[in-house]
Design a protein around this ligand. Structure first.
Ligand SMILES: CC(C)(COP(=O)(O)OP(=O)(O)OC[C@H]1O[C@@H](n2cnc3c(N)ncnc32)[C@H](O)[C@@H]1OP(=O)(O)O)[C@@H](O)C(=O)NCCC(=O)NCCS
Length: 347
């Protein structure tokens, strides 16, 4: 019978070996690169170390659940939560109940258990265990060039025709609009960002605490991606930030608007940020900007700024254990702030 125990430093190489068997060599190498940052430098780690559970059988490791601890704001209260991330069971031991035990161990040890962007296997297991399904997190795209409408499955002449037809729309949607505040970029999240979080945190029924320490770790320190951070200020106060990066995809260049925060009623701050990102995307020659956003008020402002909602595959499950929230909490997600920057979605 396997036993479930907390991670110990000496487990690293056995976990890496298991990761390679389950996810393949490329993903294992990417995981190795991120590991220290992701699991040991997280400012929300408990004093006892990373929040990782290991399934052992004798000397062998046959499964793990590695999670990302975060502080969340849930209905006006602070809740210690953790995103479930790298869960795996040795191939020869899958579908025998070990995953269920690992999910249960994680869930009983956190105030809220959260999952974002799930594999088919884990999504089904969450379903089987009746975790509340609050996803998918809507995806929104803003076209900047006619190439934004290309589809990989369409033949070139069709793609050209669609591009030509879409051109007038793109010209209107992608036009430059004036900024309405003082903007800059930064590499240092300081206490002004914690103050912003404290001012807006209770505008959301659910959101991960975006204080300076978390933001610095999440968006400045990662070894695998480099982000740009745009900020908007008013009277020496930071009233919003946006995190973005440019990426090459098979169909063209895309700017990913990974995370952002303003007061959701502060249209001027929000518009300024997305227009700043528009300019950066155009300067980088991107064909489109893509973002993921659950909060209805931010989505309304995104649409007003030329974004269209497209199909999303970013599934999201959440289970609050710290106190009783009632079923309606999980169906009314219009004031939940969840983005691509949450969990470890932007790898
Ligand atoms: C996902 C995973 C951790 C589940 O662990 P497990 O020990 O196989 O899970 P359990 O035996 O406790 O539960 C099995 C249930 O999980 C779901 N499930 C697991 N693997 C599945 C798969 N390949 N396809 C569909 N459903 C799957 C099903 O609901 C299944 O129930 P069923 O057997 O009655 O159909 C394991 O399958 C795994 O390591 N998969 C590969 C890595 C992976 O996808 N990790 C998730 C990253 S987000």
């Amino acid at each position: 019978m396997p036993t479930i125990e907390s991670f110990r430093q000496g487990d690293r190489s056995a976990i890496e070996h298991l990761y390679r068997r389950v996810f393949g060599a490329d993903m294992a190498e990417a995981n190795r690169l991120r590991w220290d940052w992701q699991y040991t430098r997280n400012p929300n780690n408990p004093a006892t170390g990373p929040l990782i559970w290991i399934a052992r059988e004798g000397p062998a490791i046959i499964g793990q659940y590695a999670t990302m601890p975060v502080r969340t704001r849930v209905l006006g209260a602070d809740v210690d939560a953790a995103w479930g991330m790298d869960v795996m069971v040795a191939p020869e031991r899958q579908r025998q109940g070990l995953g269920e035990i690992l999910f249960g161990t994680w869930d009983t040890n956190v105030g809220a258990s959260l999952g974002l962007g799930l594999s088919e296997g884990s999504f089904r297991l969450f379903k089987k265990l009746r975790w509340p399904n609050v996803g998918p997190v809507p995806c929104l795209v803003k076209p900047l060039t006619r190439r934004a409408f290309r589809h990989p499955k369409w033949p070139t002449p069709i793609n050209r025709l669609i591009g030509a037809l879409a051109y007038p729309v793109v010209k209107v949607v992608a036009r430059a609009r004036p900024l309405r505040g003082e903007t800059t970029t930064t590499r240092q999240f300081d206490e002004r960002f914690t103050a912003l979080w404290d001012r807006v945190k209770d505008r959301f029924a659910f959101a991960v605490r975006r204080d300076a320490a978390y933001l610095q770790w999440k968006y400045i320190w990662p070894p695998h991606v480099r982000y740009t951070i745009a900020t908007v200020s008013r009277d020496d106060e930071v009233v919003g930030y946006a995190v973005y990066r440019h990426a090459r995809e098979p169909r063209g260049k895309v700017t990913l608007l990974v995370d952002f925060l303003t007061d959701p009623t502060d249209d001027a701050a929000f518009d300024t940020l997305v227009r700043f990102v528009d300019r950066a995307a155009r300067d980088a020659d991107s064909d489109k900007i893509r973002t993921f956003c659950l909060d209805q008020r931010f989505r309304t402002m995104l649409r007003r700024n030329g974004y269209f909602e497209v199909a999303s595959t970013m599934e999201f499950v959440a289970k609050i254990n710290a106190f009783s929230v009632g079923e309606a909490f999980y169906t009314d997600t219009g004031t939940w702030h969840v983005t691509l920057g949450d969990s470890d979605q932007d790898r």
